[in-house]
Structure formats: structure tokens, C-alpha cells
Design a protein. Structure first.
Length: 314
């Protein structure tokens, strides 16, 4: 199941609001299914990014004209208290580091609960933050100063199976202070077989799809957030239409003639985030064809399909 989600600002202002919104979407994705039916639920790229800016922050941050202005408002107080620590790194990375403990803890708790509620292998929506780990003496802590576009994958029991960074960044992500991650474990062995996860642009790169296929993944999940008009000109070639390129050169094309990959899930983010406006039709694909496609490139939606599991199960 692909969860197509629109950004609702009020859903990011508190842990309770984020939980309510996320559980509502996760439960809608599996509504009507036999509780014993194996399922995979995937949220979009950057679904959790607004938490960095809006979780328990003043209204002036949400009302800022741009993400940069919002970030500066968030950092203003912290810079007065800890100027040396924060100024040692670029300001965007300093913001992600500052916000990571509160944001990551909410993110992990809520999606853990969502995976359990849905009884699903759940690919959470991504956020911008340092990669985080947890151990008794230090609690939840950053693994380094660098910030990534990363997500967590959960089992139906709510256990984190992997924390995966995006590998190929857009120019806007680089300007936003993010670093590219390293490959692995982007092919995750589960009781449903091996699942591949490549975040948005990653799944357009042949070399990365090849690596996931070679690792034995039968399903490729591609959480996406595309800040371009779906019916507008393609950003790389104005003679083509953005949405048409996604559908013609996206997962359906990438799955063709692979050794192991058979199906793909592409959940897409929609809505406005400061100066950015995201649009996209979520889809579920097989080789050279789409099994299911969202009706509209805007707003919420659940896209679902029933497919055979490796070994002939369902």
C-alpha cells in the first residue's frame, strides 16, 4: 500500500497531533484487510520533515515566508545560548542537529505505533536529521554532525529493521545542508522476503536499482516528494510533462527484466511546505505497467494492490 499524504500543518505541532494523523493514514491503508494478510505500507519522502520546523515551536516559525527564514527564527535563541557549538557547522546542519533529539524520538515512537496498529511492514516517511542511535548510557543520540534525508523501516511488531539514508541528493537538498548516505542496508531481509528501499531520486539511478536487485529484493519501495507541478513541464526538459516522465521512466520501467525485483511502491507527498509545493500521483507498479495509480496528484489517497509473495504466497 502506498500512502499519498498531503502536508497538514496542524498535524506537526505536537506529538499527539502527529500520532493522530499518522495512525489515521496507516489504518486507512489496511482498512478491510484480513488481519492475517501480510502487508507492506509505505509513507512518502519528507513526510516527517515539517516536524523539524513545527514540533512545539512558536507560530512565527510556521508563518515564516521561506524555510530558510523559519530555520533562522528557530536558531536565533539557540545561537545566543550556544554560539560556538552551533557555528562550527553550516547553519542548516546546525538546525537539524539542534532539533534531532526531540524530533527523532517523536518520529520513532509514532511510526512504531503505526506499524503495530497496521500490522504491517512499514516504510516510514523520511525526515532531515543526523542518523540516530540509542543505547542505555547515552539514550537517543546522533551518530555524527552530518545530516541526512533518512527514514526507518519497521516490522509489524514495531521493531526498527533499518535506518536508511538517501544516497543521491538533488541540488536543493545539497543547498539545504544534507549529506549523501552510503549504500546499505537498502535491501532488508524480512519474513515476506527481501524488501528494497530507495528514496525518490535513488530509484531513478540504474546502479542503485541493480544493487537492490542483486541483493535479492522482490519489492522496491520508492518514497518520493517532488516539488514540481505534475502537469507542468519536466524540470530537466521543458518539452516533456513532469508526471508523464515519472510514469514512463519510473518504477514500471526500472523493474523490467530484473532478476528478482517484481513490484514497486511509490508513495508521494503533496501540499505546500513554505516556498515549496509538492505534487504527485502515488502508484504501485510491476514490470512495464502500473497495477494501481492515484486519481489525483494532490491531496491524500491510499493506493493498493494485491500481489504474489515470493514462493507463491499472497
Amino acid at each position: 500500500m502506498a500512502v499519498q499524504a498531503a502536508i497538514e500543518p496542524d498535524a506537526y505541532t505536537s506529538e499527539a497531533a502527529f500520532r493522530e494523523r499518522t495512525l489515521e493514514l496507516a489504518q486507512a491503508a489496511v482498512a478491510g484487510l484480513d488481519p492475517h494478510t501480510p502487508r507492506v505500507v509505505a509513507f512518502p519522502e519528507a513526510y516527517a520533515l515539517p516536524l523539524v520546523f513545527w514540533l512545539e515551536t512558536p507560530p512565527a516559525v510556521r508563518d515564516a515566508p521561506t524555510a530558510l527564514a523559519a530555520g533562522m527564527r528557530l536558531l536565533a535563541g539557540a545561537l545566543r545560548l550556544r554560539p560556538r557549538e552551533l557555528l562550527r557547522r553550516p547553519l542548516p546542519a546546525a538546525l537539524y542537529r539542534l532539533r534531532a533529539p526531540a524530533v527523532a524520538s517523536v518520529y520513532l515512537r509514532v511510526f512504531q505505533e503505526a506499524a503495530r496498529a497496521a500490522g504491517a511492514y512499514l516504510v516510514a516517511g523520511s525526515l532531515f536529521a543526523p542518523l540516530m542511535d540509542e543505547e542505555p548510557a547515552r539514550g537517543l543520540h546522533a551518530l555524527g554532525p552530518e545530516a541526512y534525508n533518512w527514514l526507518a523501516v519497521f516490522s509489524p511488531r514495531g521493531r526498527v529493521l533499518a535506518r536508511l539514508p538517501k544516497l543521491r541528493l538533488t541540488a536543493s537538498e545539497q543547498r539545504a545542508g544534507l549529506q549523501p548516505g552510503r549504500f546499505g542496508p537498502h535491501a532488508i531481509r524480512t519474513r515476506l522476503g527481501t524488501l528494497g528501499v530507495l528514496i525518490c531520486l535513488d530509484a531513478f539511478h540504474e546502479a542503485l536499482v541493480e544493487r537492490v536487485d542483486a541483493a535479492g529484493a522482490w519489492l522496491l519501495v520508492q518514497p518520493s516528494a517532488n516539488a514540481a507541478a505534475w502537469e507542468g513541464p519536466w524540470t530537466a526538459d521543458a518539452r516533456r510533462v513532469e508526471g508523464q516522465v515519472w510514469l514512463e521512466e519510473g518504477l514500471a520501467a526500472k523493474l523490467t527484466d530484473r532478476e528478482h525485483l517484481r513490484y514497486g511502491v511509490n508513495p508521494m507527498l503533496n501540499g505546500r511546505f513554505y516556498e515549496l509545493r509538492f505534487e504527485g500521483k502515488s502508484s504501485i507498479a510491476a514490470a512495464a505497467r502500473h497495477l494501481a495509480l492515484a486519481d489525483e496528484p494532490r491531496g491524500d489517497g491510499i493506493v493498493h494492490a494485491t500481489v504474489e509473495l515470493p514462493g507463491g504466497g499472497r
